[in-house]
Design a protein around this ligand. Sequence first.
Ligand SMILES: [Cu+2]
Length: 138
Amino acid sequence: MRGAAMSLTRSRRIRNRTRGAAVGAACALLAIVGVTSTSAAPLTPPAGMSTVTVEGVEVHIKGFKFIPADVKVPAGAKVTVINEDSAPHTLTATEAYAFDTGTIEAGASGTFTAPTKPGSYPFFCSVHPEMKGTLVVS
Ligand SMILES: [Cu+2]
């Protein structure tokens, strides 16, 4: 019995050592990646990438409506939501609140980042749930 307990302890110790080595390797890899990205010029995109610029997209809220109601954006786009009403609004993803501007006061603007996964994402205003729209990520 005692022998079995000892060998169990020993094998656990070996496993821990293996895990430590794996973490060390991951850290070394991260360090290499870090050096590579800082040595590349950050302001000049690689050839062929310059057309994939993620442009800012604007959504307006006026008369308790999202304009446009169907918002087409590239993946990961930064979206600015401008509230032109005299009431506070939000632009909030219906599913799991995947994106949300938070409360945008009258006359103010808010932002959110579009999901990176292409698809259709319904959204609404959490203050006025009857206000609806769809974010189409491509
Ligand atoms: Cu609203």
